[in-house]
Every structure is written in C-alpha cells, then in structure tokens.
Design a protein around this ligand. Structure first.
Ligand code: NDP
Length: 290
C-alpha cells in the first residue's frame, strides 16, 4: 500500500509556485479574500490561505464584513475588487450568513478572478472541457494527488461518493473528461443510491466526499483500489487535549489493508485545497498579463 502524502504533494506545488512568482518581473499576483462574520472555522481557513499566499510571494488582502452585512454592501465590495486592476483573484469565504445567497454571490465575482471556481461560467467551462476556466480547488487538488502519485484512471471505474457542487460533481466531471487523469468510467453515488456497497466494491478508484465518519469499510472495497478520502469529520476523542480528532469518510485502518494507494486524513486532500487556490491565483494573474 502506498500512502498518498498530501502534505508533501501540496508542498511541491507551493515550491513550484514560489519559484514561478519569484521570476515574475514587476507586479505580483494579489489574492483578495472577503470574509463575512467571525465564524471560527472561516477565520482559521482564511488565515491559512493568507499565510500560504505570503509564503509564495503573493500579495494578499483581507476584507472583513459584519455578519449582518447587506447584500448591496457585500456586492459593492466584490464589484470594487472586480474592477481593481491590482487584484488577480477573489475568494469569498463560505459559508455565508443565511440571508445572503451563495450562488448569487459567487456569480458576482468576475469569472476571470473566480479562483475558487464556483462561478457558473467556470462550472460551464469545466463541463465543456474548456481549460481557460478555473476548477474548484478541492477537485483540482484531487486530480493533482491522482496524477502525482501515478494512479491510472484511463479505462478504469472511478466511483465518486457525493454529488455536491464543490466536490463530488466537479470531481466526477474531471474523471470523465478526455485527458490524463480522466478517461474513466464514472459512477456517482449519493444518499438515494441503492445498494451502495455493490457499487463501491467495483471501484478501481474511489473518491469519498460525503461527510460521514469512517463510512467506507473494508468489506465495501476490492483489493487494489486507489482511495481518495475527501471527508473531514470531527469525532470525540477523550485522549486528545482538544477532546476530538479528525477522521475521513473512509475507515483508514481497514481499507488501507486492501488499497493500492490511499490518502490519510488529515494530511491528504486538505492541504491540496489551499495549494490549488494559490495555483489558480497565479494562473489568473498570468492570464490577465498575457
Ligand atoms: P455536502 O454535504 O455538500 O455533500 C455530501 C454528499 O454526500 C451529498 O451528495 C449527499 O447526498 C452525499 N451523502 C451524504 N450521506 C450519504 C450516505 N449515507 N450515503 C451516500 N451518500 C451520502 O458535502 P461536501 O461535498 O461539501 O463535503 C463532503 C466532505 O468533504 C465533508 O466531510 C467535508 O468536510 C469534506 N470537504 C473537505 C475539503 C478538503 O479540503 N479536504 C473541502 C470540501 C469538503 P445527497 O446529495 O443525496 O444529499
């Protein structure tokens, strides 16, 4: 069994980007992050993204808006960033408060600055296999993990668990596209799928993104499966100071006995998401300065 080390692969991408940015003459790429409210998880994610941006040599700006911000004020902030020639990429940190529609907000961001890849135009480009669009960071990270660890998807059966807009659906599209990695036969499962284990046990590659701790057990997979575990779930653990630990959607202990490749949680897909955000920002900069 080969452990797919997301920390190491993310670090390689960050090093490649750092080198690329250091060679840029004149202006540097700038990522602007809009955070609404003080949700602790969002505060921590945004801090991590800014720190990584700074490490790579990107400029980073943070715009904090109050939890009760009006849609008009939020959109005015996004519009100002859309028209600011110094800003290469814009990220509006989700989740947004209930009174703000997320899809409408993501669509307010100019597609050419939508480094999160959530804009309808970029999702459309993904469907059309138009490489000029931005791919959402977590599925883009999954592709990198697969490619850089030598997992072959051509002609293979890839089973995706989960059909969310931000992970499952784009991951399925990427696996079925004409390319490498890709060219797979893809099955997407969700909460209404009947006899899920009969499908997962046919998978050559299994991508699990459902948000259910240790859901995929050893008897649900075949020998030699390559597993990408996207899930990040907190479970109680009295032995830890924090009182909890993070586990994926896959029972790592059991499934790793049968897998050819597997990502750990934490240290698998998680670090890739931030690295791919940086990758998209550098790409946005280069496209606007081409
Ligand atoms: P969502 O809640 O948006 O989607 C979950 C999907 O899983 C849905 O399609 C749902 O089906 C399906 N599902 C839920 N329960 C079951 C079940 N028992 N059997 C089969 N399918 C099921 O989650 P996300 O896609 O946003 O995230 C999934 C996981 O990935 C979470 O743990 C999240 O924390 C993690 N994540 C990790 C990231 C990273 O950077 N590593 C980034 C983003 C997410 P239905 O559509 O029918 O409701």
């Amino acid at each position: 069994m080969k452990l797919i080390d997301g920390n190491a692969i993310a670090e390689s991408i960050i090093e490649e980007l750092t080198k690329e940015v250091s060679q840029l003459l004149g202006k540097k790429p700038v990522i602007a992050v809009v955070r609404v409210g003080e949700d602790p998880a969002s505060v921590s994610y945004v801090r991590k993204k800014q720190k990584t941006a700074e490490r790579i040599g990107l400029g980073s700006r943070l715009h904090i808006l109050p939890e009760d911000v009006s849609k008009a004020d939020l959109f005015a902030q996004i519009d100002a960033l859309n028209t600011d020639p110094d800003v290469s990429g814009i990220l509006v940190q989700a989740p947004l408060p209930k009174h703000i529609d997320e899809t409408e907000t993501f669509n307010r961001v100019l597609p050419s600055k939508d480094v999160d890849g959530f804009n309808t135009v970029n999702i459309g480009k993904l469907c059309q296999e138009d490489d000029s669009g931005f791919v959402a960071c977590t599925p883009a990270g999954i592709v990198q993990l697969i490619e850089r660890s030598g997992v072959n998807t051509e002609g293979k059966h890839v089973v995706v668990l989960g059909r969310s807009q931000i992970v499952g659906k784009p991951a399925a599209l990427l696996m079925m596209r004409k390319g490498v990695p890709g060219n797979a036969t893809v099955t997407v499962c969700h909460s209404r799928t009947a006899d899920l284990a009969s499908i997962t046990s046919q998978a050559d590659v299994l991508i699990a993104a459902i948000g259910r701790p240790n859901f995929v057990t050893g008897d649900m997979v075949k020998d030699g499966v390559a597993v990408i575990d996207v899930g990040i779930n907190r479970i109680e653990d009295a032995t830890r100071k924090s009182g909890y630990r993070l586990v994926g959607d896959v029972d790592f202990e059991a499934v790793s006995q049968k897998a050819s490749h597997i990502t750990p949680v934490p240290g698998g897909v998680g670090p890739m998401t931030v690295a791919m955000l940086m990758y998209n920002t550098v790409r946005a900069f280069k496209a606007s300065h081409a």
